[in-house]
Design a protein around this ligand. Structure first.
Ligand code: TRP
Length: 322
């Protein structure tokens, strides 16, 4: 079935990317960065405290426990740039440890305005840390931070919470190469990666019994309804999380429960979906601890140190730009 276009005005960036994903030949898809509008960001904060989703707690435990050591390994002075902060809560320990050594600047880079506001509220009280936020995409924000740094100042890039896992493996290397290009030798990257664990545990983490993850995923359709005057009927879609053993990833989809047609009025798109056809929204790749330094090496980083959480296998790796 072919989607066809309606004669409506030229769409903006959001509309363009949504339409491109929905009209792709083969698997339809939606860019996962659009999951995080105000409602999506709030739902994601709830996911982070679900008992089944141990990832954020592991990330926080490692940062809390090892912040002084992480900071002691950095060349100072340093400006901290964070790619995708969410609420910013887990960054507090690191910034406090840094502030004890030296007043520093923290630059959160966020596509979500509401997350950026949350982050300012959360971290604004740390003395000796000044916050300069960037609303935008990771690499654009990072280029701006790098362009504004003073002579002799190092950069520490934080890429926490295993967002790197949302890239296909080759794209993850490519992304780290792009990050490396904006850095100088001696700068560093603190990278969080969720590690492989039993499939049953992963499936529970991405399809919780309360249905928060399902709501988070479905909210993307609700957002398209709100922003592009579309008519997705949410009860005709189901959240689907499945493990792909070849990619070693959890794939998230929205499954159409019937044959149906949806119209995105503001984007001029009419879309046909078959029964059980899915729209792919995100994949979360899982890593082996030893894989991280190989990944890093391919992008021009040396793994300086790595900390592992035992309770929920997760790695924090400090990578130095060579
Ligand atoms: N991408 C993040 C992760 O790998 C966040 C996330 C958690 C997520 N649950 C999700 C993204 C469900 C899309 C759908 O954990």
């Amino acid at each position: 079935m072919q989607p066809h276009s309606l004669p409506v005005p030229a769409p903006d960036g959001f509309a363009t990317e949504i339409c491109a994903g929905l009209t792709r030949p083969g698997q339809k898809e939606l860019p996962s960065k659009y999951l995080y509008d105000e409602i999506g960001s709030a739902l994601f904060e709830t996911i982070c405290v679900l008992p089944e989703y141990g990832l954020t707690r592991a990330d926080v435990r490692l940062l809390h426990r090892h912040a002084p050591e992480i900071v002691s390994r950095l060349p100072l002075p340093v400006t901290v740039a964070e790619l995708g902060t969410g609420s910013g809560r887990k960054t507090r320990w690191l910034l406090e440890a840094l502030a004890r050594r030296r007043p520093s600047c923290y630059c959160p880079i966020e596509i979500s305005r509401s997350a950026l506001a949350m982050c300012r509220r959360e971290l604004g009280d740390i003395e000796a840390i000044s916050i300069v936020g960037y609303e935008g995409e990771y690499l654009e924000g990072l280029a701006q931070v790098a362009a504004r740094r003073r002579d002799g100042e190092h950069l520490l890039v934080l890429f926490l919470g295993s967002t790197i896992g949302n890239f296909e493996r080759p794209a993850a290397v490519e992304f780290l190469c792009e990050v490396r290009r904006t850095l100088r030798a001696g700068d560093s990257l603190l990278l969080g990666t969720d590690l492989e664990k039993p499939v049953s545990q992963l499936l529970a983490a991405y399809d919780d019994p309360l249905g928060i993850t399902a709501a988070f995923n479905l909210n993307l359709l609700a957002r398209i309804n709100r922003e592009l005057d579309a008519d997705f009927e949410l009860t005709r879609f189901r959240h689907l999380a499945r493990y792909n053993p070849v990619a070693r990833s959890i794939e998230m989809h929205l499954r159409s429960t019937c044959r149906q047609t949806v119209t995105l009025h503001a984007a001029g798109l009419r879309l046909a979906l078959d029964k059980d056809e899915t729209i792919w929204t995100e994949s979360c790749h899982k890593y082996a601890a030893g894989e991280v330094s190989l990944l890093a090496a391919q992008a021009g980083f040396r793994c300086e140190a790595q900390w592992l959480d035992q309770e929920w296998p997760f790695a924090e790796s400090l990578l130095m730009a060579e």
